[in-house]
Design a protein around this ligand. Structure first.
Ligand code: 2PG
Ligand code: MG
Length: 389
């Protein structure tokens, strides 16, 4: 497939920061569009993103190098971009610029092949010894925001509810029922301001302590007779928390006695592979997940594997900058039998590509924010569209 033309412009993301939106056209003048998100609690090994004005200049350069070239595969295209950049963290062309091209190439190539984007990802992820069929993930729904994503007193970043079904219509319905009831309850017990929301659409009032959000949620679920329908998860994002490992661990152990917590993301600081391992050995029934620890980077995945630190991993394409490297990381994780959680970023756009990724690679989970706000709902609605086909 040959690239014939491009167009790039600045658009707003969900935090009112500028980001980039790229259009790419092939030789048949078919065009696709992609935009890139951005994180706030970022891992130190993530790719480097350029300021959007600079990214636009670099896009012009990239286009001059790819124009009329015939690319046979996603890998060939992505590796060409990586070879143009030449840096370890994609700082010359910008992780964001490269990702926008990689996303567009995937959409264009799927279109060119007359297949759905999720099937395109499914073809990429399958290997001789790895046969995966597309499958709906469990939804990891953020209903209360804290940490860097909110202006409240919660230390921990994301209080997650996980409907126990991957029937997507049922899962979304359970999520929205809880979300709406939680809003009413918070307003009742904490006043009108309690339903102000954080970056990912979760409510963000002050709480008595860091357990209270789950206590309130559990109470509501009991009242609705839905307490058997959900698991719970927490993205601690501990890198941004000023607490000793001892205190963090005590909190997690106490929390597990109170609720059915099956998922714990970034429980310790981003380089503490050893501490992750200790907790994983202690908590046999909890998925201990790396995010800032592993940054969708296969080298960090290998380190986490050799140190026995995790049994679950977050996948965010914009941590690493290309589809091909994202797929490589997923393949590694699948071969280790880790739980794979495809995830949005806290600063999002309406691009719904990651929904196709989550379904196409049969991710175990999909972390996609609250079932409210356009940039989050775009991903929920894409899953509904896929389910309806
Ligand atoms: C996380 C993410 C997304 P950010 O820590 O998992 O929820 O936050 O995009 O700010 O890194
Ligand atoms: Mg995280």
């Amino acid at each position: 497939m040959k690239i014939l033309d491009y167009n790039i412009k600045k658009i707003l993301d969900s935090r009112s920061n500028w980001t980039i939106e790229l259009e790419l056209y092939n030789e048949k003048n078919i065009g696709v569009k992609s935009s890139v998100p951005s994180g706030k609690s970022t891992g130190k090994n993530e790719v480097f993103n350029l300021d959007p004005d600079q990214a636009i200049l670099k896009a012009k350069y990239i286009f001059s190098k790819i124009k009329n070239k015939d690319f046979k595969s996603q890998q060939e295209f992505d590796h060409f971009l990586i070879s143009l950049d030449k840096t370890v963290n994609k700082s010359y062309l910008g992780g964001n610029t490269i990702l926008a091209f990689s996303y567009c190439f995937a959409k264009l190539n799927a279109y060119f092949k007359h297949i759905e984007l999720y099937d395109y990802f499914n073809n990429l992820v399958n290997l001789k010894n790895l046969k995966i069929k597309p499958k709906m993930p469990y939804l990891f729904v953020n209903v209360i925001n804290g940490g860097l994503h909110a202006g409240n007193n919660l230390k921990f970043q994301e209080y997650l509810i996980i409907p126990k079904t991957n029937d997507i219509l049922k899962a979304i319905n359970l999520a929205r029922i809880l979300y709406l009831e939680l809003g009413k309850e918070l307003k009742k017990i904490k006043g009108n301001n309690a339903i102000n929301i954080g970056d990912e659409g979760g409510y963000a009032p002050n709480f008595k302590n860091d357990f209270e959000p789950f206590e309130i949620i559990s109470k509501i679920l009991k009242k609705l007779n839905l307490d058997k329908e959900f698991y719970f998860g927490l993205d601690a994002a501990a890198n941004s928390i000023n607490l000793s490992n001892d205190k963090l661990e005590k909190f997690y152990l106490k929390l597990i006695k109170k609720i059915n917590l099956i998922y714990l993301e970034d429980p310790f600081a981003e380089e503490d592979f050893e501490q992750f391992k200790k907790l994983k050995l202690k908590l046999k029934n909890v998925y201990i997940c790396g995010d800032d620890l592993t940054t969708t980077n296969i080298n960090s995945f290998k380190k986490a594997d050799s140190e026995n630190s995790i049994n679950s991993v977050i996948i965010k394409p914009n941590q690493i900058g290309t589809i091909s490297e994202t797929i490589e990381a997923i393949q590694f994780a699948k071969q280790k039998n880790w739980w794979i959680i495809v995830s949005h970023r806290s600063g999002e756009t309406n691009d719904d590509l990651i929904a196709d990724l989550a379904y196409g690679v049969a991710a175990n989970g999909f972390k996609l924010g609250a079932p409210a706000r356009g940039e989050r709902v775009a991903k929920y609605n894409r899953l509904l569209e896929i389910a309806n086909q």
